[in-house]
Design a binder for this molecule. Sequence first.
Ligand code: ATP
Length: 222
Amino acid sequence: MSLVVGLTGGIGSGKTTVADFFAGLGAAVVDTDAIAHELTSARGAAMPAIVEAFGGAVVRGDGGLDRAAMRRLCFSDPARRERLEAILHPLIRRESVARCERADRAPYVLLVVPLLVESGAYRDRVDRILLVDCDEALQIARVMARSALSEDEVRAIMATQASRAERLAAADDVLSNTGARDELRAAVLILHRRYVELGRRARPAAADGGARGVPGENQKRS
Ligand code: ATP
């Protein structure tokens, strides 16, 4: 399997922007949020279990999940959220592992996991952790600029996520996203070159004649 770099960061930090830059350079991107959307779209693999657990009131006319209805249900009852997560999380994990394995021709895989630092299941599956970091004020401003959320609502979401300090402590690499997009793009290019090299060294001997090297200072996957 290719080297797997786990990309994480708080809400609005710039994960999607960064993942798009990496994808443009040739990395294989596996995005757990995108997988969650696919699983809960019309005819998505999670829908039968969701309908069984929550009934038809959380299903849109086209058969996909009515996110707003589901959010309202979970808001009033945390046990429901746990039930939904118990359905979704194993499916997301299984699908993301399958996609990482299928990407074995890519120089490396970027596995996008918003709550990677919070989740032991993913920390154990990645070779290194890349954090997109920016200060909280910028996070809030960016999320408010692109959604209808109020500052209090953004702060409430941030309170459910790891703190900036916790994320920084867990990261092997950090991309600071406090400047312009072009600065971010330039920093991504430098990291991309590094990951290509680490990915080459990490390949099994049969693939390119080299021994599997050490992917990261904090190598997680056995
Ligand atoms: P979420 O956690 O909500 O999925 P995210 O971490 O994927 O968010 P993005 O969607 O990449 O973050 O970025 C959040 C918003 O900030 C987007 O509207 C994006 O276009 C904008 N943005 C990201 N980086 C920059 C930047 N360096 N300069 C200006 N705007 C930016």
